[in-house]
Write a protein that binds this ligand. Structure first.
Ligand SMILES: [Zn+2]
Length: 97
């Protein structure tokens, strides 16, 4: 992964979470609408992994200002695809975490 700086504290980070302040950084610019990606998330107490294609990523402005949480939201939608074995979503135990 490309080295970058934490948007919160400025520390250099190489993963999706800053080791200094704990801020999580999702870089959606590395995704496009043609290449499937894998997403891991918590779901009812289990870590699930699924293959997905980013369907849309929209930034919505609701008023002229950008200073209130109500002024702006971001919608990111994924289409879930079957993996090579035909399974849509799996529980995967990842090593070393
Ligand atoms: Zn940080």
């Amino acid at each position: 992964m490309t080295r970058h700086n934490c948007p919160n504290c400025g520390a250099p980070i190489e993963s999706t979470q800053c080791p200094y302040c704990g801020t999580v950084f999702y870089d959606f610019t590395v995704m496009d609408s043609e290449t499937p990606t894998y997403i891991r998330m918590n779901w009812y107490g289990h870590q699930m992994v699924f293959r997905a294609l980013m369907r849309s990523a929209e930034i919505n402005m609701h008023s002229g200002g950008m200073f209130s949480p109500d002024d702006m939201d971001v919608d990111i939608e994924f289409t879930v695809l079957p993996d090579d074995d035909g399974v849509l979503m799996k529980r995967i135990e990842l090593k070393g975490e």
